[in-house]
Design a protein around this ligand. Structure first.
Ligand code: ATP
Ligand code: MG
Length: 272
């Protein structure tokens, strides 16, 4: 199987995306938003994911925890099609994304992703950071993109920062711009990879509050985080990963209060 071009440059306009629409590209509303079956990923001879199975229902907030290097980011990047699995299957809304005939660009537009580093364009205003992909990827008009960007920036509490540049914002504000940018693309699900890890402690809360709001509105979310309070209060499921495998999962309150696997217990004893 040839690997698809996964560079941002391969993203094309909505009309080109839609012109390639086939039945196999149509999301099934009854299918789980994310389903991972026997997912393996190796880099050279280093096997990083060793057969993961995960099925996430609509509206779930799945928090992923585990030691550094255990494969959390690789799992998220595989779900977001930034990594190509070595073996196994990934289904997004019922679509087998490893099917070489599937329109990956189209699938990818339904998945929002927020990273530890905000990756904003430093030379553009906040507003422009939130409109540019809408115009270039979804081919929205400038007016429509502007209207949606303002609404999303209002939602994350930054309506008074439209004309600021990223360097004039705090880390928490920059991360909220990144979330608004993602939401402006109308994703069906959002993946967060340690969205608050780069923030000063006093700025963590404002980002978690935005994420909590999204969860309450029913967004399907997968969140790699060290914020156990968030996992306990907002998470519908907690997944513990170690050495490329899911060792334990369940209700976050139960897993945090009474971890079953010795490795989960050891990990939590260090972070709680
Ligand atoms: N592109 C790559 N090439 C080679 N090895 C990689 C690559 N990406 C990740 N790895 C390796 O895969 C393993 C898992 O990495 P991953 O980033 O998924 O871990 P993580 O659980 O997210 O860790 P952290 O908590 O530090 O972010 C690590 O040993 C890492 O060095
Ligand atoms: Mg990581």
């Amino acid at each position: 199987m040839t690997e698809p071009d996964l560079t941002p440059a391969s993203l094309s306009g909505a009309s080109r995306l839609m012109s390639k629409l086939h039945a196999r590209d149509t999301p099934n509303p009854d299918a789980p938003p994310i389903k991972v079956v026997d997912l393996h990923k190796s880099f050279g001879d280093h096997e990083v994911l060793k057969g993961m199975n995960l099925e996430i229902e609509r509206g779930e907030v799945v928090c992923v925890i585990g030691p550094s290097g255990s494969g959390k980011s690789t799992l998220l990047r595989s779900v977001n099609l930034l990594e190509w699995p070595t073996k196994g299957k990934v289904f997004i809304e019922g679509i087998d994304v490893l099917d070489p005939d599937v329109n990956l660009d189209l699938v990818r537009t339904r998945i929002g992703m927020v990273f530890q580093q905000f990756n904003l364009f430093p030379h553009m205003t906040v507003l422009r950071n939130v409109t540019i992909a809408q115009q270039k990827v979804l081919e929205r008009s400038a007016e429509e993109a502007d209207e949606i960007a303002r609404a999303m920036l209002l939602r994350v509490g930054l309506e008074d920062k439209l004309d600021a540049h990223p360097s004039q914002l705090s880390g928490g504000q920059q991360q909220r711009v990144a979330i608004a940018r993602s939401l402006a693309m109308n994703p069906d699900m959002m993946l967060f990879d340690e969205p608050t890890s780069a923030l000063d402690p006093e700025l963590v809360g404002e980002v978690l509050a935005v994420m909590r709001g999204l969860a309450e509105e029913g967004m399907t979310m997968m969140v790699v985080t060290h914020e156990m309070g968030f996992a306990r209060e907002v998470g519908t499921r907690l997944v513990f990963i170690d050495d490329g495998q899911i060792l334990e999962e369940g209700d976050p309150r139960e897993v945090l209060a009474d971890p079953k696997h010795p490795r989960t217990r050891l990990f939590l004893s260090k972070v709680l």
